[in-house]
Ligand binder design. Structure first.
Ligand SMILES: NC(=O)C1=CN([C@@H]2O[C@H](COP(=O)(O)OP(=O)(O)OC[C@H]3O[C@@H](n4cnc5c(N)ncnc54)[C@H](O)[C@@H]3O)[C@@H](O)[C@H]2O)C=CC1
Ligand SMILES: O=C(O)[C@@H]1CCC=N1
Length: 256
């Protein structure tokens, strides 16, 4: 069994614990100062605690607090070189973490879909320990990137679910406006996003090819696509991603 503890069991730490609880081979410890947060994840873990010292006694310690709390927690925990510290804090560079611990440090940018084991994660480090690769595999897919690419990865896959929820909401609202029940529109829109994403993951075809495949000549889709191609919807999505990337750089203390 691999002992994983998560310090900070809010939205992201909680999602990670929920996903890991569905995989075999983990003993899980949840550490949070807030009793409500501990209560929310109690069903997924073997142990809950408010003591970071207790959480520090694990093979893998995941730091899932807000970026401005990271240093406070690192001050409290004393890890050995045999342990692995995984930080998921946005904009917190490996070179800020490493001097504060003796553990191997791995920086990961996860996302909320960890809860359903559909997470997209970016991971960076000289050598990614096997235990971290295994953990990331168990809750979804991961891509190893250079640390210089972590800000854009943060925007694409860390913040990305919010952008997708927004687009999904717009599709759902259109359905409701034209007479679908909200629950029907929610299911149809969400399953359509899920199916489209799965199609991209399993296919070698380009996105343009896949769009073509949906557009029957003189059919319905091409009418909708003409509206999108004539709009600046793609620019708005790009701007949203770049704004998130910029903020990640700001959090890291970069000027540019
Ligand atoms: N929310 C998301 O979708 C994602 C978040 N992240 C990163 O994950 C980290 C956490 O974000 P969220 O889960 O959204 O925040 P959150 O506010 O939902 O959760 C943070 C948790 O940390 C706890 N906490 C605060 N100080 C603590 C301490 N000293 N010891 C133990 N627990 C403490 C809080 O009580 C809270 O439950 C951030 O660094 C963020 O950049 C990364 C990717 C996605
Ligand atoms: O919004 C944030 O800062 C965090 C990091 C990526 C997703 N949520």
């Amino acid at each position: 069994m691999i002992h994983v503890s998560v310090i900070g069991c809010g939205n992201m730490g909680g999602a990670l614990l929920e996903g890991l609880s569905k995989a075999d081979g983990y003993t899980l410890t949840a550490c949070d100062l807030d009793p409500d947060a501990r209560e929310a994840v109690a069903e997924f873990v073997d142990e809950t605690t408010d003591d970071t010292g207790v959480a520090a006694a694990a093979d893998v310690v995941v730091l899932a607090v807000k970026p401005d709390i990271v240093d406070v927690v690192l001050e409290e925990i004393d890890l050995s070189p045999e342990q692995t510290l995984v930080s998921i804090a946005a904009g917190v560079r490996t070179d800020r973490l490493e001097p504060q611990t003796e553990a191997s440090v791995v920086r990961v940018m996860p996302n909320l879909a960890a809860a359903t084991q559909n997470m997209a994660a970016a991971v960076t480090g000289e050598e990614i320990p096997a235990v971290v690769e295994e953990l990331l595999d168990d809750v979804g897919e991961f891509v190893a990137v250079d640390e210089s690419q972590m800000d854009i990865a943060t925007a694409v896959n860390g913040s990305g679910p919010a952008f997708v929820f927004y687009l999904l909401g717009a599709m759902q609202d259109a359905g409701v406006e034209r007479g679908l029940e909200p629950e029907e529109a929610r299911t149809l829109a969400a399953q359509t996003f899920k199916g489209a994403a799965e199609t991209v993951l399993r296919s070698e075809r380009s996105i343009d090819d896949l769009i073509d495949a949906v557009c029957s000549p003189n059919g319905t889709t091409i009418e909708g696509m003409e509206v999108l191609w004539d709009s600046t919807a793609d620019e708005a999505v790009t701007d949203a991603v770049l704004a998130a990337e910029r903020r990640s750089r700001e959090l890291a203390g970069d000027d540019e």
